[in-house]
Ligand binder design. Structure first.
Ligand SMILES: CCCCC/C=C\C/C=C\CC/C=C/CC(=O)SCCNC(=O)CCNC(=O)[C@H](O)C(C)(C)COP(=O)(O)OP(=O)(O)OC[C@H]1O[C@@H](n2cnc3c(N)ncnc32)[C@H](O)[C@@H]1OP(=O)(O)O
Length: 291
């Protein structure tokens, strides 16, 4: 049942994921550590509050396996009835998440691409629809899908870095459900300007526009995150879950009903020659910027 305070998320869409064809890693990963190490969960001194850390150096990019690992960690936390809140953060010094792993999109493997997008959709279901109170402790850059991770949390604190949907700079457009999440958060006109220009906001601008809820000092991130988590947990869970359903249920259901079309749409979009060319240029720019 959707509104029950149980170990299940608002939309228990995970069952559907079993229909994906999960292909094995094709050696595209950055980190030499195994996917199991890319996401860790920690307890806090309050048994109702847990921490989920992303540890995929160098940029916590979302590959198929990274999406799956984060989803798995959320599900595991939800399966413990005591856990009522999770703080999502990064163990990297300057990056929360650099968004989708662009190596998944550039010259993609044709069987892996739909599975990758399915895993990204699943992550959205699991985080945006989690029964847990979710606190985004954004301690570094959060562009594009990194911003999606932040937007999927119930409350966002940020210490440094830039955040926003910059997809247009890559010659692409955010998927409709991510665009809608952005519009729902900051309003149509502001979203229209930011989406078209691919604007990335620093912490002050992000607060002004309503993309984040609070700016915190670098050394205070975890303390503030725990305090905010305690405040969310203090609200009776059935009310909290019902409020989430009220504000997010329609969007979640819409994508749930259109999952297959969304995957097809994404794959045909990404496979276009012009799109591949743009991605190639963007990669070159990233590499040059470093030099
Ligand atoms: C109605 C019609 C609509 C149709 C739409 C239908 C479907 C939608 C289709 C497509 C939607 C696709 C959605 C995409 C969402 C995304 O998330 S795209 C990814 C966007 N991300 C970025 O642009 C971030 C790029 N990275 C950076 O700007 C910087 O790395 C940073 C985050 C600001 C950090 O800078 P810093 O100097 O600290 O680090 P480096 O730049 O040196 O990065 C370290 C290392 O990591 C590599 N890297 C960084 N980001 C990515 C990435 N996203 N993917 C892959 N690799 C990445 C970088 O290249 C460095 O590598 P190294 O040189 O080998 O060390």
């Amino acid at each position: 049942m959707m509104f029950q305070q149980s170990s299940r998320s608002l939309l228990d869409a995970s069952k559907k994921s079993s229909s994906f064809r999960w292909t094995s890693s094709v050696g595209r990963t950055f980190s030499s550590r195994s996917p199991q190490d890319w996401v860790t969960t920690e307890e806090t001194d309050d048994p109702s509050i847990a921490i989920l850390k992303m540890n995929r150096a160098p940029a916590n990019t979302l590959s198929l396996e990274m999406c799956t690992e984060i989803s798995k960690a959320i599900k595991e936390l939800e399966s413990n009835k005591k856990t009522q809140a999770v703080i999502l953060t990064s163990s990297l010094p300057t990056i929360f998440s650099a968004g989708l792993d662009l190596t998944e999109l550039h010259n993609p493997d044709k069987d892996r691409l739909p599975a990758f997008w399915g895993a990204f959709q699943q992550l959205y279901f699991d985080l945006y629809g989690s029964r847990l109170a979710t606190i985004g402790a954004i301690n570094g850059h959060a562009p594009a899908a990194g911003c999606m991770l932040a937007l999927s949390c119930d409350y966002r604190i940020m210490s440094k870095g830039n955040i926003g949907l910059n997809e247009s700079k890559l010659g692409i457009c955010a998927p409709p459900w991510l665009g809608q999440q952005f519009i729902d958060t900051i309003g149509l006109r502001k979203a229209e300007l930011a989406l078209n220009m691919g604007t990335l906001f620093d912490t002050k601008a992000a607060l002004d526009i309503g993309l984040i809820d609070e700016i915190v000092g670098e050394d205070d991130v975890m303390d503030v995150a725990k305090t905010r988590a305690s405040q969310w947990v203090a609200i009776p869970a059935p009310a909290r879950v019902a409020c989430k359903e009220l504000t997010r249920g329609r969007q979640l259901n819409e994508l749930k009903e259109n999952r297959k079309q969304d995957v097809d749409h994404f794959c045909s979009f990404v496979n276009q020659e012009a799109m591949q060319r743009n991605l190639g240029f963007y990669f070159e720019q990233l590499a040059k910027r470093k030099k």
